[in-house]
Design a protein around this ligand. Structure first.
Ligand code: TXA
Ligand code: MG
Length: 335
């Protein structure tokens, strides 16, 4: 049984109680819904990997109420402090070397010598973090390799029965995941483009290594599997026409000829497009399959600002994946 909790004091108190008891609670953040467990407990965190069918070598992001508490876990540096000052609370995750007083469990870190830290935005999220009084480990609340959830209904559809509760704080405002920046190396390394853009980071960081390599080279981060965010229907990128039998993921003025269209943003606004991306992939996937369509044509999106994060997710959605053999086979082979 999965309890659906309202974002009111009683719901937040119940969610905190469950988390402190080692249970799994999905909760909204400004980016996507996370699947939360007590980050200090190997036993609690083990439930996350099981519920998501997530490979255990892929570490989790740890969520904190404020920067001060977060930085107690790691060896921090001047750049980390500046970035936290500029972007926390907000959609930025920092990877730093684990500190001597870290309480995050080994499983959450997948045994790595670094930890991923994030201070998310949102009233309910903060109320929950404060009520728990401990870091919460939370990956996106979807089965591993699948499209991330940007509202509570998405979580329910994919995870009902596998998790203890969902704290429903409504749709997520940013709609795609946090930017993951590794500060444990000599030069900051962008592990995943996300809600904070390169244009926002560069004035503070200076050089950032290699925003464009992440999808083509070996994973720099254990979670950078090429095939991810995968809808069931194949995705064709940079479409300049719609083929018969294709649904259309449009950006701006839609291409002609599609019988099923989801427009990310008619006015070409990247923030709106980011917020509508995952809901659009889910819609085209289910509705397209229902109508017997065989693919999704995705129109080009500009390669700047949030466009980089959108393109990253689309590229992964379009990546070749193992032959269909049911969800279990697909997810197992992603590990
Ligand atoms: O917006 C978000 O970041 C959401 C919300 C719930 O906070 N969370 C999320 O978590 O997207 P997840 O698990 O889907 O993605 C976390 C990414 C993975 O690619 C993982 O490999 C990487 O962060 N990561 C975590 N710890 C790491 C570490 N120590 N070193 C390198 N990469 C790490
Ligand atoms: Mg994820």
């Amino acid at each position: 049984m999965t309890e659906i909790l309202k974002a009111d004091p009683a719901g937040i108190a119940r969610a905190a109680e469950l988390l402190l008891d080692g249970k799994l609670v999905a909760f909204g953040t400004e980016t996507v819904y996370g699947l939360g467990a007590l980050a200090t407990s190997d036993a609690a965190v083990a439930h996350i990997f099981a519920a998501k069918n997530r490979p255990r070598f892929n570490p989790l992001i740890n969520h904190f109420a404020d920067a001060e508490t977060a930085f107690k876990q790691v060896q921090t540096n001047e750049l980390a402090l500046k970035l936290a000052e500029a972007f926390w609370p907000g959609p930025l995750t920092l990877v730093l070397p684990r500190g001597p007083n870290a309480t995050i469990c080994d499983l959450a870190a997948a045994g790595l010598p670094t930890l991923a830290l994030r201070v998310p935005r949102g009233q309910t999220t903060h109320a929950l973090l404060n009520a728990v009084g401990q870091p919460i480990a939370a990956p996106s609340a979807n089965p591993s390799g699948r499209v991330s959830p940007s509202d509570a209904f998405h979580v329910l559809r994919n995870m009902e029965g596998k998790i203890d509760a969902i704290l429903d704080s409504g749709p997520c405002s940013v709609g795609l995941e946090s930017t993951v920046l590794d500060l444990s190396r000599e030069v900051p390394f962008l592990l995943r483009p996300g809600g904070v853009t390169l244009e926002q980071l560069t004035p503070i960081c200076g050089v950032i290594r290699n925003p464009d390599d992440y999808a083509t080279k070996l994973p720099a981060s254990p979670g950078m599997l090429a095939s991810h965010y995968a809808p069931a229907l194949p995705v064709r990128l940079n479409a300049e026409h719609v083929e018969p039998g294709e649904a259309l993921l449009a950006f701006g003025t839609p291409l002609p000829g599609s019988k099923l269209t989801w427009n990310l943003s008619e006015s070409g606004d990247l923030e709106e497009a980011a917020a509508r991306l995952f809901a659009g992939l889910r819609f085209l996937d289910s509705e397209g399959a229902r109508r017997g369509l065989h693919g999704i044509a995705a129109m080009p999106v500009p390669r700047h600002g949030l466009g980089l994060a959108i393109l990253d997710r689309l590229r992964r959605a379009a990546s070749p994946r193992p032959p269909a053999g049911g969800d279990d086979d697909l997810e197992a082979s992603l590990s």
